[in-house]
Design a protein around this ligand. Structure first.
Ligand code: SF4
Length: 358
């Protein structure tokens, strides 16, 4: 038994909006993808207030699974001076907003120049001992604060030829010991192909660890089924890095997904992004980290929001972020607390400390 208090809005919404959908379909990840909200006219059926901002929002990319939509409290959206204000922490992460069109000078489309740090198609190299592979740019939801918005053009899947070239590149760079497979979401590519990709990478003599970064346990936990466990189980030294930002993203379906990752013998850790109006509160983060610990997912990093264009409404000032994390550190166990870091262009991840702020 895992003692996590789940958000009840999920069951209310599921019943209200999708009560006619049989469980067999609801639990089918392909049904969730087919029925996801991907165009503006479908979006305003749930969020009619967005109609006022139609012209601008038509230019944005978004996708929301019926499952993730059911976690949103639709009463926590308001119209304020012709702009829809999103107070619900789940909605804020995936519903496009006109706030994205304001931009600070320090914000960039590709803040870490990943596009230019790509020695070959489908990979990014920022660190000496590891390489990042982006096998797809498709996600089961588009986080409004995403660092990789530069990659949000029409969907792609890495080619076998690219994998061959990356393998050759890693083979001639023996300092690379870890391959990070991210995206997009790697668990959205055909499983056989994912298996092939992991196999090709782990069979390089110098590669010791494979890390898969995924947001599906939050957006589409139905996908993390036995088929995925079966693939993961074939490999040792494999980590899965989840991405949860708010405790309401954790449901019984998440729990099942996590059990399937564990059945695949993967080690689990979580990354969170500290976001204003989503999780910049003591009780919220405490509940999130405790819930992750109960699920046996180690809270690993909490990131200061990256300087991506159109994300200033998500920024928590560093000083407030540090104060919040210091308070958590004093009051919760070391096992449940992640490291508060900021990613600096050219420098990598730096722990946020008083000296950094000064
Ligand atoms: S799931 Fe990851 S890659 Fe996809 S939009 Fe969210 S942060 Fe970006």
């Amino acid at each position: 038994v895992i003692h996590i208090k789940y958000n009840e809005i999920y069951h209310t919404n599921k019943e209200k909006f999708f009560g006619h959908v049989p469980d067999i379909q609801w639990n089918d990840w392909k049904w969730q993808i087919r029925n996801g909200i991907r165009n503006f006219d479908d979006l305003i059926k749930y969020f009619p207030l967005l109609e006022k901002n139609r012209e601008k929002l038509l230019k944005t990319n978004f996708f929301i699974t019926p499952y993730f939509l059911s976690l949103i409290d639709l009463d926590r959206l308001e119209m304020n001076k012709n702009k829809m204000k999103i107070y619900d922490p789940i909605a804020r992460q995936v519903i496009p907003s006109v706030e994205e069109f304001s931009c600070n000078l320090d914000e960039k489309t590709d803040p870490f120049s990943e596009f230019h740090k790509s020695p070959l198609t489908g990979c990014v190299k920022r660190y000496k001992d590891r390489i990042l592979i982006l096998p797809t740019n498709i996600c089961a939801g588009y986080c409004r604060y995403c660092t990789r918005k530069w990659n949000w053009n029409s969907g792609y899947l890495i080619k076998r030829e690219d994998i061959k070239n990356i393998k050759k590149y890693i083979g001639s760079n023996p300092s690379i010991r870890e391959v990070i497979i991210s995206g997009g979401d790697p668990f959205l590519i055909p499983v056989g192909f994912l298996d092939e990709l992991i196999y090709e990478m782990i069979s390089i003599d110098t590669v010791e660890v494979i890390r898969i970064a995924t947001r599906l346990p939050a957006f589409l936990p139905q996908r993390i089924n036995r088929e995925i466990s079966g693939i993961l189980k074939k490999y040792k030294s494999l980590w899965v890095i989840t991405h949860f930002n708010h405790p309401d993203e954790i449901t019984p379906a998440t729990q099942e997904a996590v059990e399937n990752l564990m059945a695949g013998n993967a080690a689990l850790a979580n990354q969170t992004v500290m976001l204003k109006g989503v999780n910049d509160g003591y009780e919220i983060l405490k509940k999130l980290f405790y819930s992750l610990e109960s699920l046996r997912i180690k809270p690993y990093y909490i990131f200061h929001c990256d300087p991506v264009k159109g994300t200033s409404h998500f920024k928590v000032p560093l000083k407030s972020g540090l104060k919040l994390m210091n308070r958590l550190r004093r009051n919760i166990s070391g096992l449940s607390i992640p490291l508060y870091v900021m990613d600096l262009p050219g420098k990598g991840k730096i722990p946020v400390t008083d000296e950094i702020i000064r």
